[in-house]
Ligand binder design. Structure first.
Ligand code: AKG
Length: 300
């Protein structure tokens, strides 16, 4: 397969054109987003939906994710990533296959229905994770485009995927909310440096390859600005797979827990990695897509 998004090959970074649409579905009045929301997602590359989940649903989700953190013994040990330099849980991967409520969340029409529309196809969960970012100990996530990594290390062919971050705790200006460069999804920034073998063993704590260079980041930030959407539990932040994003560490006592569900179009299933010898394991990148059966109604 021809690589239209080559990265980690050249000694210098480049800003390449995007060859794929951002909104793949055709808007009609029955779409799960308004025409205005679809346009916003197209031009900004992200969308914030408030009060998607109600208080009772959030209580359930918070209790369940709290249990996962308090007693991770029920989880596959590989899927638990600790913070660099401490035993605090940073991320738990594959939450949608390890927990019934998380599976139900991923299939929920309010998320998966919107993903189906934006991606213009049936969708499956490419990756899911709980990013905990504990008070005082939660470290940053450096700037990156998810697509760059998913393309190079997992073999995702095209830009036809998106992430949904479901806020489980208040995300405030202070506790390391997600930061985005609106509009940065329209160009593809290549990175420098060959991918080492089993890169994921270290990159999930702190990424060192597939990291954009500072000059290009500065150029993007000056051109597009940086936003950091905040919100209460039950808010959902949707962002395109090629959005430049990251977040600061959390030195407040207030944890910032978010569940991320990544949806990919079924037609965009993974090929061989475009820049790594072996693909990453399925708990990070699903290689056998099964279209989600979307479920309607309240969680629980
Ligand atoms: O949780 C965050 O703030 C950012 C997470 C992120 O960018 C990632 O996991 O790829």
């Amino acid at each position: 397969m021809k690589d239209i998004y080559p990265s980690r090959r050249d000694p210098r970074p480049r800003l390449l054109p995007r060859h794929d649409p951002v909104v793949h579905g055709v808007w009609k009045p029955s779409a799960p987003l308004t025409r205005e929301q679809a346009k916003q997602f197209d031009s900004n590359g992200y969308l914030v939906l408030e009060n998607v989940f109600g208080d009772e649903e959030m209580t359930l989700l918070q209790a369940e994710t709290g249990k996962l953190l308090a007693d991770p013994s029920t989880l596959e040990s590989d899927t638990i990533i600790t913070e660099p330099g401490s035993d605090e849980v940073r991320s738990i991967f594959e939450i949608h296959t390890q927990n019934t409520l998380m599976a139900r969340l991923a299939a929920d029409k309010r998320l998966a229905g919107v993903a189906r529309f934006l991606l213009g196809d049936e969708v499956y969960v490419h990756q899911s994770r709980l990013n905990y970012k504990p008070g005082f100990q939660g470290k940053e996530f450096y700037w990156h485009s998810d697509f760059e990594t998913w393309h190079v290390e997992d073999g995702m062919p095209r830009m036809r995927a998106l992430s949904m971050s479901v806020l489980l705790a208040p995300n405030t200006p202070n506790n390391g909310p997600l930061m985005l460069m609106p509009g940065s999804h329209r160009k593809y920034l290549t990175c420098v440096g060959e991918t080492p073998e089993d890169h994921y063993l270290t990159s999930l704590k702190k990424q060192e390859y597939g990291v954009p260079d500072e000059d290009s980041l500065a150029e993007l930030a000056h051109a597009h600005g940086i936003v950091a959407p905040v919100g209460d539990p039950g808010t959902v932040v949707i962002f395109d797979c090629n959005m430049m994003h990251g977040s600061n560490g959390n030195i407040t006592p207030f944890p910032r827990a978010n569940a991320f569900i990544v949806y990919n179009a079924v037609s965009n299933r993974l090929a061989s990695p475009f820049g790594a010898k072996t693909p990453r394991p399925p708990f990070i990148a699903e290689r056998e897509p099964k279209a989600i059966r979307v479920v309607e109604g309240a969680l629980g």
